[in-house]
Design a protein around this ligand. Structure first.
Ligand SMILES: Cc1ncc(COP(=O)(O)O)c(C=O)c1O
Length: 412
């Protein structure tokens, strides 16, 4: 195990599945036609595009016209939120208020902050200590001017799954559009947009063993948005630019595989996550699980370890061949503690010691054993040089024995 890479950062990105690579290859150098061209090579591209849209729409339980391909999850979230804000808010003057919550990915938070500078008002709902939004808070935040609610499906840092069906009911009762960022949900949760009840949904390829640089926006029929990108009129004139056929084909194939393997992988990875969590909590003192104990993505194990710098632990782990993360990969290059962990109410000094292990399709039982074997010693070393010594009694609520017996692997 010492000379092997143990990749436990699947929430940051996944390896591309070899079956996906195989499906993509012909579209780079054989069937490379532009779907907009009139000749047979172009037609080949159009067929691949149509087939991919067909596959994805059957998984999302929507019509093909409701799927718009984009260049990433970030782009999809921008397209959804700015698109609705600019159409309903600026053009139709229906209102200028958006509701989201504090543990969203930066793709949503920064988009909302950008819109605030344009004059929109945004409510950022608090979450509880498990990262859950409160439905009464949501109801109370709704105003006459509210045009959009954007609440993620599953959190990328702590794995918490939000109650989307209830959120959707509230939005429908109040005739407000509902967008969900589902970028972390594709491997483990149901993406049926009718069951979820969302009007817009963002998804990407890079978390589901597909290629990076491709995403989609599900846009319910009849909803108008203002496009971000103008040009040749592709994707129903809502996202211009020559369609990236190899990546789209790979995305569709990846989603197809993830859907077929969802049940088995949820069970297998759930067991490994449970073993990892319980193993860490029983061998390392002053440690606790972040996120919801049950309503969580099975692949996510986010642990706070008091009196350590998460970054120091990561370096030690990396030295022993283990790739993990302190938060979302996009923010872990800054030294600020995670906005998600802070939003769950942990104090600044404790938020610094959170480590995210995100398991995946290639994770094995031996890899989990290896992490459990090396981690206690690493923590001992890091604590040995740490100036911090937090009082366990200040974290009683988190460190209780009851919190160590977690029924992980239950996906709500
Ligand atoms: C929940 C969530 N939303 C959005 C994104 C952004 O996706 P992309 O990297 O494809 O832009 C990510 C990726 O980290 C994510 O985890």
């Amino acid at each position: 195990m010492e000379n092997k890479t143990v990749y436990l950062d699947n929430a940051a990105t996944t390896a591309v599945d070899p079956r996906v690579v195989e499906a993509m290859i012909p579209y780079f150098n054989e069937n490379y036609g532009n779907p907009g061209s009139m000749h047979s090579l172009g037609l080949g591209g159009q067929v691949a595009l149509d087939n991919s849209r067909e596959k994805i729409s059957s998984i999302l339980n929507c019509s093909t016209e409701e799927i718009l391909f984009t260049g990433s999850g970030t782009e999809s979230c921008n397209m959804a939120i700015k698109g609705v804000a600019h159409h309903l808010g600026k053009k139709l003057k229906k209102g200028n208020h958006i509701i989201t919550q504090k543990t969203e990915h930066h793709a949503v938070l920064e988009t909302c902050e950008f819109l605030e500078k344009e004059g929109f008002e945004v409510t950022y709902l608090d979450v509880d200590r498990f990262g859950m939004v409160n439905l009464d808070d949501l109801k109370n935040a709704i105003r006459e001017e509210t045009i959009l609610v954007s609440i993620m499906y599953a959190n990328n840092e702590i794995g918490t799954i939000q109650p989307l069906e209830e959120i959707s009911d509230i939005c429908r009762e109040n005739k407000i559009l509902f967008h969900t960022d589902a970028c972390q949900a594709g491997n483990y949760l149901d993406l049926d947009v009718e069951k979820i009840g969302c009007d817009l949904l963002s998804l990407n390829g890079s978390k589901i063993y597909g290629p990076k640089g491709v995403g989609l926006l599900y846009l319910r029929k009849g909803i108008m948005i203002t496009p971000l990108i103008h040009g040749g009129g592709q994707e129903r004139r809502l996202r211009s630019g020559t369609e990236n056929i190899p990546l789209i084909v790979g995305f569709a194939k990846a989603l197809e595989i993830a859907t077929a393997e969802k049940e088995g992988e949820t069970e297998r990875i759930g067991k490994l996550s449970k073993k990892l969590t319980e193993g860490i909590l029983s061998t390392i003192p002053k440690a606790f699980l972040n996120g919801h104990p049950e309503k969580r993505i099975v692949s996510n194990v986010n642990i706070s370890i008091l009196d350590v710098e998460g970054e120091a632990v990561l370096l030690y782990l990396d030295h022993r061949g283990v790739c993990a993360s302190t938060g979302s990969a996009c923010t872990s290059k800054t030294l600020d503690p995670s906005h998600v962990i802070l939003a769950t109410g942990l104090p600044y000094e404790a938020a610094h010691g959170s480590i995210r292990f995100s398991l995946g399709r290639n994770t094995t039982n031996e890899e989990i054993d290896y992490v459990l074997e090396i981690l206690p010693e690493i923590i001992k070393n890091v604590r040995g040089i740490s100036p911090v010594n937090l009082k366990a009694e200040d974290f009683k609520e988190y460190l209780s024995e009851a919190n160590k017996k977690i029924s992980l692997g239950v996906v709500a």
